[in-house]
Write a protein that binds this ligand. Structure first.
Ligand code: ADP
Ligand code: UDP
Length: 237
């Protein structure tokens, strides 16, 4: 399968059409952005790591009963995926307070929740991805009540499985963001990516940050952290 036209260029990936109208090729870039695109930079080698890591994790999730868009990895940076119509809802699952949760509610980073907490935000860069509840998502016509319930169920299962996978590598899954989309027949599948760009990952022993927060907060050692997370995953899977 080969790339045809560039369908979309986002902040971290390019999406191409293929000869098959049901399939797309996603190409991962080294570009990094934060704070809704205000901070820009490059994380060398990130594209290849995020491509591989997303595929390893999605393959594992698929085998555990979560439908995903993954078809096959084509090369270091490129993957063939099922074309979906993305539901413009970012699903964030949190196990530990951090980032915008800590800021919004005045909770110190690192406070462990009794149970995972799930939140939705409206995937809309112009509006700054505002927080959404189920009723807001329904009012905006983003998804049906049944779809929201399924998305919630899948996301919590993804959290349970990812926590196990990362835990076995000595990494604590603090929080993450996932996106879902609809296939032509309406089936909901997990799409986009799962990587240190979209997850907060802390070294379980030292609590050292091993994800995009190193870039966001200018902590240094950004490339090294991505490589280390990848090595731990391939060693631990
Ligand atoms: P952004 O749009 O936030 O800048 P990216 O650079 O990651 O993000 O661009 C990838 C885009 O492709 C995202 O908007 C994402 O929702 C979309 N996408 C991911 N998987 C699929 C898929 N299987 N089919 C169609 N679009 C997808
Ligand atoms: N996240 C993401 N894309 C976004 C917003 C958040 O991948 O547009 C991820 C982020 O990497 C973190 C989790 O979702 O793992 C929760 O992010 P948070 O709401 O704390 O926002 P941030 O601190 O990134 O502004």
């Amino acid at each position: 399968m080969e790339k045809q036209e560039l369908l979309y260029e986002g902040k971290a990936k390019k999406v191409y059409t293929t000869q098959d109208p049901k399939l797309l090729i996603v190409a991962y870039k080294d570009d990094a952005t934060a704070f809704n695109g205000q901070k820009k930079g490059t994380i060398h080698g990130k594209g290849a790591i995020n491509n591989r890591m997303t595929n390893l994790l999605m393959d594992r999730l698929e085998r555990e009963g979560i439908p995903t868009h993954l078809v096959e990895e084509l090369s270091g940076r490129e993957t063939l995926v099922k074309k979906v119509s993305i539901i413009p809802v970012e699903v964030i699952v949190r196990n530990i307070a951090a980032g915008s949760f800590s800021k919004r509610y005045g909770v110190e980073e690192g406070v462990v929740f009794d149970a995972p907490t799930l939140e939705f935000s409206y995937k809309n860069d112009d509006l700054g991805d505002p927080l959404l509840n189920d009723d807001h998502a329904l009012a905006l016509g983003l998804a049906s009540r049944e779809e929201l319930a399924l998305i919630r169920k899948y996301s919590l299962n993804v959290n349970r499985l990812l926590r196990e996978i990362w835990g076995a590598c000595g990494i604590t899954l603090v929080d993450f963001k996932v996106e879902f989309g609809r296939l032509e027949d309406g089936t909901i599948v997990l799409a986009d990516e799962i990587s240190p760009d979209t997850c907060r990952l802390w070294n379980s022993k030292t609590l050292e940050r091993m994800d995009k927060d190193r870039f966001r907060r200018d902590l240094g050692g950004v490339e090294e952290a991505y490589v280390q997370v990848m090595n731990r995953l391939t060693g631990g899977l």
